[in-house]
Design a protein around this ligand. Structure first.
Ligand code: ZN
Length: 135
């Protein structure tokens, strides 16, 4: 199975605040902002690197207090929220995880950019929320 880092999800209090560092201070370029109503988040994607399979920084802001991002910040403060790995076969990855008794947080869902994704509970990964994405 082939894995690549797709993105690092970072919880921020506001996109403007997050972009101030990643875009203005660090000099990355944002490919645009998007609100995902169903997930109660606003996000900005900033590609890192210029290779064929670019990784990205994903800034996440909760749109209201019920948002998982707002709740995460409430508990732990802003910072790294999840890592996302790209796999060539999500089905194969899920079969392997399920066989090992890992706790998945959702059934495969279609998210931003039309990619299918699943979240794996931090309890099964050594403390980091893991997102697996089918390319
Ligand atoms: Zn993500």
């Amino acid at each position: 199975m082939n894995f690549e880092i797709d993105h690092l999800g970072i919880a921020v209090r506001s996109l403007e605040e997050g972009l101030r560092f990643y875009r203005e201070t660090l000099g990355l370029t944002s490919t645009g902002e998007e609100t995902i109503e169903g997930e109660r988040v606003r996000m900005a994607m900033l590609p890192v690197g210029n290779t064929f399979s670019t990784s990205r920084i994903e800034l996440l802001e909760g749109t209201d207090r019920e948002s998982v991002i707002a709740q995460f910040i409430e508990k732990r403060g802003p910072g790294l929220h999840h890592i996302a790995l790209r796999v060539d076969s999500l089905t194969a990855a899920l079969d392997r995880l399920k066989a090992q008794g890992c706790k998945l947080l959702n059934e495969p869902r279609i998210g931003a950019g039309g990619h299918t994704y699943v979240f794996v509970h931090p309890r099964s990964t050594g403390g980091v929320l893991l997102e697996l994405i089918q390319k």
